[in-house]
Ligand binder design. Structure first.
Ligand SMILES: Cc1cc2nc3c(=O)[nH]c(=O)nc-3n(C[C@H](O)[C@H](O)[C@H](O)COP(=O)(O)O)c2cc1C
Length: 141
Protein backbone atom coordinates (compact mmCIF):
# COMPACT_ATOMS: atom_id res chain seq x y z
CA UNK A 1 0.00 0.00 0.00
CA UNK A 2 1.36 3.39 -1.03
CA UNK A 3 0.46 7.03 -0.53
CA UNK A 4 1.46 9.99 -2.66
CA UNK A 5 0.83 13.68 -2.12
CA UNK A 6 1.53 16.35 -4.72
CA UNK A 7 0.64 19.95 -5.29
CA UNK A 8 0.17 21.74 -8.59
CA UNK A 9 -1.14 24.91 -10.15
CA UNK A 10 -4.22 25.02 -12.33
CA UNK A 11 -3.60 26.68 -15.70
CA UNK A 12 -6.75 28.75 -15.12
CA UNK A 13 -9.23 29.19 -12.31
CA UNK A 14 -11.60 26.22 -12.35
CA UNK A 15 -15.29 27.07 -12.35
CA UNK A 16 -17.50 24.60 -10.40
CA UNK A 17 -18.67 22.73 -13.51
CA UNK A 18 -15.09 21.95 -14.53
CA UNK A 19 -14.27 20.76 -11.02
CA UNK A 20 -17.32 18.49 -11.12
CA UNK A 21 -16.26 17.04 -14.48
CA UNK A 22 -12.73 16.45 -13.18
CA UNK A 23 -14.00 14.80 -9.99
CA UNK A 24 -16.58 12.59 -11.72
CA UNK A 25 -13.99 11.15 -14.07
CA UNK A 26 -11.38 10.77 -11.30
CA UNK A 27 -13.81 9.00 -8.96
CA UNK A 28 -14.93 6.64 -11.69
CA UNK A 29 -11.34 5.69 -12.52
CA UNK A 30 -10.23 5.50 -8.89
CA UNK A 31 -13.14 3.20 -8.02
CA UNK A 32 -12.13 0.89 -10.85
CA UNK A 33 -8.56 0.47 -9.58
CA UNK A 34 -9.06 0.70 -5.83
CA UNK A 35 -7.64 4.17 -5.23
CA UNK A 36 -8.86 6.56 -2.55
CA UNK A 37 -7.83 10.05 -1.49
CA UNK A 38 -8.55 13.71 -1.05
CA UNK A 39 -8.24 16.75 -3.29
CA UNK A 40 -8.12 20.36 -2.13
CA UNK A 41 -8.55 23.30 -4.47
CA UNK A 42 -7.90 26.90 -3.55
CA UNK A 43 -6.76 30.01 -5.42
CA UNK A 44 -5.87 28.05 -8.55
CA UNK A 45 -3.79 25.52 -6.61
CA UNK A 46 -4.40 21.80 -6.13
CA UNK A 47 -3.21 19.62 -3.27
CA UNK A 48 -4.01 15.94 -3.66
CA UNK A 49 -3.40 12.71 -1.78
CA UNK A 50 -3.84 9.39 -3.56
CA UNK A 51 -3.53 6.03 -1.81
CA UNK A 52 -3.72 2.44 -2.96
CA UNK A 53 -1.64 -0.29 -4.57
CA UNK A 54 1.67 0.83 -6.09
CA UNK A 55 0.81 -0.18 -9.68
CA UNK A 56 -2.48 1.71 -9.67
CA UNK A 57 -0.85 4.79 -8.14
CA UNK A 58 1.94 4.78 -10.70
CA UNK A 59 -0.40 4.52 -13.68
CA UNK A 60 -2.75 7.16 -12.32
CA UNK A 61 -0.04 9.62 -11.35
CA UNK A 62 1.45 9.26 -14.83
CA UNK A 63 -1.91 10.35 -16.30
CA UNK A 64 -2.33 13.13 -13.75
CA UNK A 65 1.18 14.41 -14.54
CA UNK A 66 0.35 14.58 -18.23
CA UNK A 67 -2.91 16.45 -17.66
CA UNK A 68 -2.66 19.88 -19.28
CA UNK A 69 -5.19 21.44 -16.94
CA UNK A 70 -2.46 21.91 -14.36
CA UNK A 71 1.29 22.50 -14.23
CA UNK A 72 4.28 22.75 -11.85
CA UNK A 73 3.52 19.44 -10.16
CA UNK A 74 5.59 18.85 -7.07
CA UNK A 75 5.61 15.42 -5.45
CA UNK A 76 5.66 15.95 -1.67
CA UNK A 77 5.24 12.38 -0.45
CA UNK A 78 5.76 8.97 -2.00
CA UNK A 79 5.67 6.42 0.79
CA UNK A 80 4.86 2.85 1.71
CA UNK A 81 2.07 3.04 4.30
CA UNK A 82 0.34 0.46 6.51
CA UNK A 83 -3.19 1.58 5.60
CA UNK A 84 -5.45 4.26 4.14
CA UNK A 85 -6.34 7.63 5.63
CA UNK A 86 -9.40 7.93 3.38
CA UNK A 87 -10.76 4.40 2.91
CA UNK A 88 -14.26 5.60 2.07
CA UNK A 89 -13.55 8.25 -0.54
CA UNK A 90 -12.74 7.52 -4.17
CA UNK A 91 -11.74 11.21 -4.06
CA UNK A 92 -12.89 13.54 -1.32
CA UNK A 93 -12.97 17.16 -2.37
CA UNK A 94 -12.88 20.56 -0.76
CA UNK A 95 -13.05 23.88 -2.54
CA UNK A 96 -11.38 26.09 -0.01
CA UNK A 97 -13.01 29.33 -1.06
CA UNK A 98 -13.20 32.48 1.00
CA UNK A 99 -16.97 32.68 1.29
CA UNK A 100 -17.33 29.25 2.80
CA UNK A 101 -14.72 29.92 5.48
CA UNK A 102 -15.90 33.48 6.03
CA UNK A 103 -19.31 32.08 6.96
CA UNK A 104 -17.76 29.87 9.59
CA UNK A 105 -15.20 32.16 11.17
CA UNK A 106 -15.62 35.69 12.44
CA UNK A 107 -12.74 37.89 11.38
CA UNK A 108 -11.57 35.40 8.82
CA UNK A 109 -9.00 36.62 6.30
CA UNK A 110 -9.93 35.57 2.76
CA UNK A 111 -8.18 32.47 1.47
CA UNK A 112 -7.00 34.36 -1.59
CA UNK A 113 -4.78 36.41 0.70
CA UNK A 114 -3.48 33.39 2.59
CA UNK A 115 -3.91 30.50 0.19
CA UNK A 116 -3.20 27.50 2.40
CA UNK A 117 -2.96 25.20 -0.58
CA UNK A 118 -0.39 27.46 -2.22
CA UNK A 119 2.56 25.32 -3.36
CA UNK A 120 4.98 27.96 -2.10
CA UNK A 121 3.77 27.41 1.44
CA UNK A 122 3.63 23.65 1.39
CA UNK A 123 7.25 22.65 1.47
CA UNK A 124 6.91 19.59 3.61
CA UNK A 125 5.01 16.31 3.30
CA UNK A 126 3.82 16.31 6.91
CA UNK A 127 2.33 19.78 6.59
CA UNK A 128 0.55 18.71 3.40
CA UNK A 129 -0.85 15.59 5.00
CA UNK A 130 -2.02 17.45 8.09
CA UNK A 131 -3.78 20.03 5.93
CA UNK A 132 -5.57 17.38 3.87
CA UNK A 133 -6.63 15.48 6.96
CA UNK A 134 -7.86 18.61 8.74
CA UNK A 135 -10.00 19.70 5.83
CA UNK A 136 -11.37 16.19 5.56
CA UNK A 137 -12.30 16.15 9.25
CA UNK A 138 -14.16 19.43 8.99
CA UNK A 139 -16.07 18.48 5.89
CA UNK A 140 -19.73 19.17 6.22
CA UNK A 141 -20.87 17.18 3.21
C1 LIG B 1 -5.81 18.08 -10.09
C2 LIG B 1 -6.14 16.81 -10.80
C3 LIG B 1 -6.43 15.66 -10.08
C4 LIG B 1 -6.74 14.46 -10.72
N1 LIG B 1 -6.98 13.34 -9.98
C5 LIG B 1 -7.24 12.17 -10.60
C6 LIG B 1 -7.46 10.98 -9.86
O1 LIG B 1 -7.45 10.95 -8.63
N2 LIG B 1 -7.70 9.83 -10.54
C7 LIG B 1 -7.74 9.80 -11.90
O2 LIG B 1 -7.96 8.73 -12.48
N3 LIG B 1 -7.55 10.91 -12.63
C8 LIG B 1 -7.29 12.10 -12.02
N4 LIG B 1 -7.11 13.23 -12.76
C9 LIG B 1 -7.46 13.20 -14.19
C10 LIG B 1 -6.41 12.60 -15.06
O3 LIG B 1 -5.46 13.59 -15.33
C11 LIG B 1 -7.10 12.13 -16.36
O4 LIG B 1 -7.69 13.21 -17.00
C12 LIG B 1 -8.17 11.11 -16.03
O5 LIG B 1 -7.59 10.05 -15.34
C13 LIG B 1 -8.89 10.58 -17.26
O6 LIG B 1 -8.02 9.96 -18.13
P1 LIG B 1 -8.62 9.26 -19.41
O7 LIG B 1 -9.35 10.31 -20.19
O8 LIG B 1 -7.40 8.74 -20.13
O9 LIG B 1 -9.53 8.19 -18.93
C14 LIG B 1 -6.78 14.43 -12.14
C15 LIG B 1 -6.50 15.59 -12.86
C16 LIG B 1 -6.19 16.77 -12.22
C17 LIG B 1 -5.90 18.01 -13.03
Amino acid sequence: MKRIIYCSQAVHDFPPDELVTLLDRSRERNAACGLTGMLLYSSQSFLQMVEGEADAIEATYARIRGDERHTNLRLLMDAEVPGRLFPDWTMGFEHVDDEELADELDGFTPATRYPLVNPDLITNATVAQTLLTLYAKNRVR
